[in-house]
Write a protein that binds this ligand. Structure first.
Ligand SMILES: NC(=O)c1ccc[n+]([C@@H]2O[C@H](COP(=O)([O-])OP(=O)(O)OC[C@H]3O[C@@H](n4cnc5c(N)ncnc54)[C@H](O)[C@@H]3O)[C@@H](O)[C@H]2O)c1
Length: 319
């Protein structure tokens, strides 16, 4: 039997999921919702399903097993709540929102309703991250350095703090999440600093140009994660994990494993398909293979929300 799937938000990332899901024989698209009518209609014409501009109407009129929530960060909240009430499973794109309080409420609703949730932290499913995880199983991790230094994405909401949360919340969240995933622990202390003032040529821009966040994890590991969107034509997007005589690098061009100064040859594990894992969970009711349920994504969100607070107060935040 096919899983009946609807979409809310049919922009860039929705396109990536739709093109992947359309290759699955057991997925049927039943609805496409976007506040921009032409976008919803165009996706419905191409992939199937009924177009909507209002997700409340969509939830009322369409029978579905799962919904992909691919709206910008500021637009989360009510659709997750309706999905919980209706028992609809959810794939939710990262970040899960722009505030801490709302994410806690949604997490509670998800836990109580028992719907399956998966958040779009796809780095976890990559072959390099999977291999890194297995190498690190036998090591004592000391610290980690992460970077998302690059240019600015084109979508208008990204440069508005109230709509995206800023780069560390919206984009570098992948690196914060990968760090948590590989370190295998949650944060206990976060301190961050940020600077801006260089992006004077960009209209409606109020996010940080650059930020750096120090984290102490429960297991003692320390990390620093940097973000910048001010680079043009230059980028460094990766996470390094440091152990005694061992450096693991996920992303970028460095070898995955460097042991005592030498690149270590090894077979990389295959990448997992996050959409396949989610659809399998929806069909079977077994969510044990989902690597980033909402409750786990909340722990990553906790770090980026604490960093935002620290940028403003200049103080370290106990989390
Ligand atoms: N996992 C990844 O690697 C990855 C990559 C890109 C984007 N994303 C995430 O996906 C989300 C969307 O990003 P995007 O690049 O697709 O943005 P986008 O602007 O291209 O698409 C968002 C769509 O949502 C629609 N929308 C806004 N409010 C809505 C509402 N209330 N109801 C219905 N539709 C609504 C917009 O009209 C737009 O079409 C962001 O949170 C972003 O961080 C994740």
């Amino acid at each position: 039997m096919s899983a009946k799937v609807a979409f809310i938000g049919t922009g860039g990332i929705a396109g990536a999921h739709l093109n992947n899901l359309k290759t699955f024989e057991d997925v049927e698209f039943v609805a496409m919702c976007d506040v921009v009518e032409e976008k919803a209609k165009a996706r419905a014409d191409e992939f199937g399903g009924k177009p909507f501009t209002d997700y409340k109407e969509m939830f009322d009129k369409v029978d579905m097993d799962a919904v992909y929530i691919c709206t910008p960060p500021f637009a989360h909240g009510e659709q997750e709540s309706i999905a919980c009430h209706k028992g609809v499973h959810m794939f939710i794109e990262k970040p899960i929102g722009v505030t801490w309080e709302q994410a806690v409420i949604i997490n509670d609703m998800i836990e109580k309703s028992g719907v399956i949730s998966s958040v779009g932290y796809h780095w976890r499913y990559g072959g390099n991250a999977q291999t890194a995880l297995s190498v690190l199983e036998d090591e004592i991790i000391l610290g980690s350095l992460g970077y998302w230094m690059g240019g600015m994405p084109g979508v208008h909401w990204w440069r508005v703090r109230a709509e995206s949360g800023g780069q560390h919340v919206e984009q570098t969240t992948h690196i914060f999440d990968l760090c948590r995933f590989l370190v295998g622990s949650n944060a206990v202390l976060v301190h961050g600093v940020a600077n801006s003032g260089g992006m004077t040529d960009v209209p409606d821009y109020d996010v940080d140009d650059i930020s750096m966040v120090n984290i102490v994890f429960e297991n003692g590991v320390v990390a620093n994660i940097a973000s910048s969107c001010a680079m043009k034509g230059w980028g460094r997007v990766q996470l390094e994990v440091f152990c005694h005589g061992l450096v693991i690098t996920v992303g970028g061009n460095a070898p995955l494993v460097n042991r005592e100064g030498k690149a270590e040859e090894m077979e990389t594990k295959p990448s997992l398909d996050r959409d396949r894992v989610f659809i399998d969970a929806v069909k079977s009711g077994d969510d044990s293979k989902i690597l980033s349920p909402y409750s786990d994504a909340l722990e990553t969100h906790k770090i980026t929300m604490a960093a935002s607070k620290s940028f403003m107060t200049g103080k370290a935040v106990d989390v």
